[in-house]
Design a binder for this molecule. Sequence first.
Ligand code: 5RP
Length: 216
Amino acid sequence: VDVEAEKREAAQAAVALVEDGMAVGLGTGSTVNLMLEALAARKLSIRCIATSVRTEVAARELGLPVEPFDDLDELDLVIDGADQIAADGWIVKGGGGAHTREKIAAAAADRLVIIASSDKLVERVQAPIPLELLRFGCASTLRRLAPVKLRDVAPSPDGNLIADYFGEVGDPRTLSARFDFEPGIVDHGIFPPEIVTDVFVGAKHMPGAPRRRPKH
Ligand code: 5RP
C-alpha cells in the first residue's frame, strides 16, 4: 500500500467536512500535518485549537488561526490520527505522546474524525498503550502498572512523563477503566468507539458513533 497516498486521501476527506464558522480541533501526527495543508488551502473562516505545540506551530506557519483552548467550550469537529483502529471500533492514540490533550479536545467535539492509512487497522487493541504519568510518585506508579516503559522523550507540554504499557490488553473497556482509576495516570491512549464518529482510512469512510449534539 501507498501509506502516504492513503494518509493524504483520508486528510482530504476529513477536511471536506469543515465549514465556514466552525471551531475545529487539530490533532497531532504526520497524517494531521497533511490535513493541515489541505485545510489551510481551503481558506475558510474558522477558529482552531491545537492538541500539541508541534501542531500549533505547523498550523500557524500555514496561516491557520490557532487560539489557546481556554475560551472555546465546544468544538464542531476534531480531526486526528490514530496508531491503532480496531475492528470493534476501539482506537489507540498517543504515538506522539499527545493523547491527553487529544482526548480533551475529542470530548469537547460534536464529531471526532479519525484519519489514517490502512496499516493502522488491527483486529483488536494491542500493546503498546501510551500513558501520560504524573511525575509525583512515578516509580510507584510504574511498579503498579508493570510491564510499562518510560519513553525517552521530552515531558508533555503539561510537564508529565510519557510511557507505554506492554502488558495484556484483553477487553479494552476493562483496561481503560483500570487506567482511569489508577492514581498517577493523567490519561491513557485508549479511545472508546462511542466518541469516534467517523474514521477515514484512505478515502474509505467508516461511520462510527452518532454525533454528540444536534447541529445548531
Ligand atoms: C499522537 C497521535 C497520532 O495521531 C498518532 O500517533 C498517529 O500519528 P501518524 O499520523 O503520524 O501516524 O495519537 O499522540
